[in-house]
Design a protein around this ligand. Structure first.
Ligand code: SF4
Length: 420
């Protein structure tokens, strides 16, 4: 088996990055604030900046120099320069917030938006998602990558329905017990939807903190992770936590980006350790470079006129639960293996264009073989199905399989996603 069926791994086609959040902005005392275009008069943030103090979890505490006014500066920056109009902003509905949080993991905002809208069109409420078959959820997720997220999304919806009476729990510790939800995502949901006082620590926030405070060491190591969580908790302001968390996400996505951060436009530049010591390229400490292994797979396109044979992948692992082309075992001969396994007659075999797909931990070099077949009379194996090429646009296909089918001669409609 060349396409591993082990633990799910990422799909590097969807680059990790910007996470834009939303929240309804609660006005500061003495401030005229709208959800968009906030106008500041006198603010709590100004007072915090001038006092050189942070607000910490337990109230006002003395902070180290880079930490002084950290939250206040971020909040003030966000009021003027943050994003306030993404589709999942300006709501405290935990279903919508949770859905966007999961979709935004490892995936860019521009990629997420059409998927988010499509999901809400089909599943307007959490109960709709829970009631749907998982195959339909996988089909809607098709192309977004990291498919374990879709399986967990569905499992989480069902858990909320069966164990929480259809209401999303409010306590971040309880939220973190739900399928597919980690500590930072749980805190984010609790902050945005229920006004919890809970710090977040996603990839963007880690990058900002490592740079602003000169924290060295691999962010994934338990020692650095522990330190970052402690720092995140210390910096969390006593009030306006949702705006502050949103501001951190926006800064990491828009200003303190991985390559070439825009330090001149950053509200933290006066105290930032990485900026003042010229180490923005060294922080966060990069992971050691390693050789990306390449794996090979031969996939068979069994075509009978306008139909192709697809089979469901195992529920876990790469492309888990999605439809894929049958994979030729190592050392097998395509015609003989296909005729034996699928009880068909193969009239011709021809090569199709090679395709290389990048996953997080390896590259997969796919050799597709096109087999013209006449199906036999024996029953299909469980999990196998003939699908009309015109129908593949709605099927749960991973992106590389969709590309292979799109390139088939005569596939005029293609398996391309339907337009938004
Ligand atoms: S000053 Fe530059 S490196 Fe420091 S937090 Fe801002 S954008 Fe990031």
């Amino acid at each position: 088996m060349s396409i591993p069926a082990g633990p799910p791994q990422g799909d590097a086609a969807n680059n990790v990055e910007p996470r834009q959040r939303r929240t309804k902005v609660t006005p500061f005392r003495g401030v005229e604030v709208g959800i968009r275009g906030a106008q500041l008069r006198t603010t709590e943030t100004d007072r915090l900046c001038k006092a050189g103090r942070g607000a910490g979890a337990g109230g006002m505490v003395e902070l180290s120099p880079p930490a002084r006014g950290f939250a206040a500066r971020l909040i003030r920056w966000h009021q003027r320069h943050g994003r306030h109009d993404l589709p999942w902003q300006n709501t405290t509905d935990p279903y919508r917030v949770w859905l966007s949080e999961i979709m935004l993991q490892q995936t860019q905002v521009a990629t997420v938006i059409p998927y988010y809208r499509r999901f809400l069109d089909r599943f307007p409420q959490l109960a709709d998602l829970a009631a749907a078959p998982v195959e339909e959820v996988m089909a809607l997720w098709s192309g977004l990558g990291y498919y374990a997220r879709a399986r967990n999304l569905h499992a989480c919806a069902r858990t909320v329905m069966t164990q929480h009476g259809g209401n999303f729990p409010r306590d971040p510790h309880v939220i973190a017990q739900l399928p597919g939800i980690g500590r930072s995502t749980a805190n984010s949901i609790a902050t945005f939807c229920f006004g919890a006082h809970a710090p977040i620590l996603d990839g963007n926030v880690k990058r900002v903190l490592c740079r602003a405070f000169g924290i060295e060491g691999l962010a994934a190591s338990s020692a650095v992770d522990k330190r970052l969580w402690a720092l995140a908790a210390e910096l969390m302001p006593a009030r306006h936590g949702a705006v502050y968390n949103q501001a951190q996400m926006d800064l990491g996505a828009m200003i303190c980006i991985r390559a070439k951060p825009s330090c001149d436009a950053c509200p933290l530049n006066e105290s930032c350790v990485a900026h003042s010591t010229g180490r923005t390229r060294e922080l966060p400490t990069p992971k050691p470079r390693r050789e990306i292994p390449q794996r090979e797979a031969t996939l068979l396109i069994l075509q009978d006129g306008n139909r192709v044979l697809l089979e469901t992948r195992p529920p876990t692992g790469i492309w888990g639960g999605l439809l894929s082309l049958p994979e030729l075992p190592d050392g097998a001969e395509a015609r003989e293996w296909a005729e034996r396994r699928f009880g068909c007659h193969v009239s011709a075999v021809s090569p199709a264009a090679l395709l290389v797909h990048a996953f997080t931990h390896f590259r997969l070099r796919i050799t597709p073989l096109l087999l013209d077949v006449v199906p036999g009379h024996s029953a299909m194996e469980p999990g196998c199905q003939w699908l009309d090429l015109a129908e593949t646009g709605k099927a749960a296909l991973p992106a590389p399989i969709r590309s292979i089918l799109d390139a088939l001669p005569g596939n005029i409609l293609g398996s391309r996603r339907l337009p938004e």
